[in-house]
Design a protein around this ligand. Structure first.
Ligand SMILES: *Cc1c(COP(=O)(O)O)cnc(C)c1O
Ligand code: SF4
Length: 344
């Protein structure tokens, strides 16, 4: 890209070729990719384009390669579906508030459903509320999608007012890419509807330090000044961030913006994404190299969402080996082993 940031999002292969982001010789293959997995890149991300950032948004002919282990519903959302809700864990649910996003990420684990159905119907929201009211053990509602911060502040405000009236809800969480990919959406109107009696968390999906543009950092500042607690989730992606230096720069940039790195996700088995996927051993080696050199508050938990809907678990490097009953070999951040004995 050259010159000033573009004013409009790119939505198709022709736009990518015009912008110099796709090779004209790949055009036929990319048109075939776009039939299944849609394209959208915002002006903010077009203005920040660089290697590592582009691979997240610009389609690739390798997306046509579907490996046998890849799945249409890699984390098993459908297994625990209750209408618009996914209720996998006792105390919290996911609410699929919209299928729309500001960008369509090439590795998305919901790439088969995003972009399709638009905003959740009013009747479906009312059914979700009724379900939540009847399940007092549910303490937290997680708005996801698609991207829930693409909803208009008016609609979101209406839903949040009704949700926050339920006595069992302590925490309202949003999983969103909006503060980085479309920071102008973090408007005074949106901040006003996020001012709720409950604790409000935004978990920012961010993968590369170049996403933290000046406008993105300003949007994060507006959110934290409004009292919203900020966490991040990052997907470990080959060709984007799967090396210690890139992740260190990202996590340092996040804590500087008052965002606590929460999860580093092993790349899910979404169809046509094998060119992004590392092995678990590669992910563990990266996490181990970050352990000694990066502040503890900048360390996310490396997690795997077990295919089939069995939940997320930490899969980071192990530091502890049991050598006898009550006896442990503990590895320090430099890799040296030490003996630890439990009290007899
Ligand atoms: C990821 C996920 C959550 C949230 O899990 P946390 O570990 O609390 O971040 C909740 N429900 C479902 C179905 C999920 O996939
Ligand atoms: S913004 Fe989130 S839900 Fe939307 S395509 Fe990207 S990863 Fe998927």
């Amino acid at each position: 890209m050259d010159g000033a940031a573009p004013a409009r999002p790119i939505l198709d292969v022709a736009g990518l070729v015009r912008a110099g982001l796709a090779d004209p010789s790949d055009r036929a293959a990319l048109e075939q990719v776009a039939e299944t997995f849609r394209i959208r890149i915002t002006p903010e991300m077009l203005g920040a384009m660089q290697p590592g950032l582009d691979a997240q948004f610009v389609p690739d002919p390798r997306e046509l390669t579907v490996r046998p282990e890849e799945l249409a519903d890699p984390i098993g959302d459908a297994v625990h579906a209750r209408g618009a809700l996914t209720h996998r864990y006792r105390d919290r649910v996911i609410l699929h508030a919209t299928q729309s996003c500001e960008v369509y990420c090439r590795f998305c684990f919901r790439r088969e459903t995003v972009g399709d159905a638009g905003v959740l119907a009013e009747t479906a929201f009312a059914e979700a509320l009724a379900y939540l009211a009847g399940q007092p053990q549910i303490r937290e509602v997680i708005f996801t999608g698609g991207d829930p911060l693409t909803l208009s502040p008016r609609r979101l405000g209406d839903w949040l007012t009704r949700l926050s009236a339920l006595p069992n809800i302590d925490v309202i969480r949003f999983h969103s890419r909006v503060p980085v990919v479309a920071p102008e959406r973090i408007s005074p109107e949106l901040l006003a509807v996020l001012d709720l009696p409950q604790a409000v968390f935004v978990v920012l999906h961010v993968n590369h330090p170049a996403e933290l543009t000046p406008a993105a950092r300003a949007a994060l500042r507006r959110l934290s000044q409004a009292g919203v607690a900020l966490l991040s989730q990052t997907v470990l992606l080959k060709g984007v961030n799967a090396d210690p230096d890139t992740l260190e720069a990202l996590f340092r940039g996040l804590i500087r913006a008052r965002v606590k790195p929460y999860y580093l996700h092993h790349c899910d088995l979404a169809r046509g994404t094998s060119h992004f996927r590392t092995t678990i051993a590669e992910g563990q080696a990266i996490m181990a190299s970050l352990r000694g050199r990066l502040s503890g508050i900048a360390q996310p938990t490396y997690v795997l969402d077990i295919p089939g809907g069995h939940g997320k678990v930490p899969i980071g490097p192990g530091y502890l080996l049991q050598t006898a009953p009550g006896e442990w070999q503990v590895t320090d951040p430099g890799g040296q082993p030490h003996l630890y004995r439990d009290p007899a």
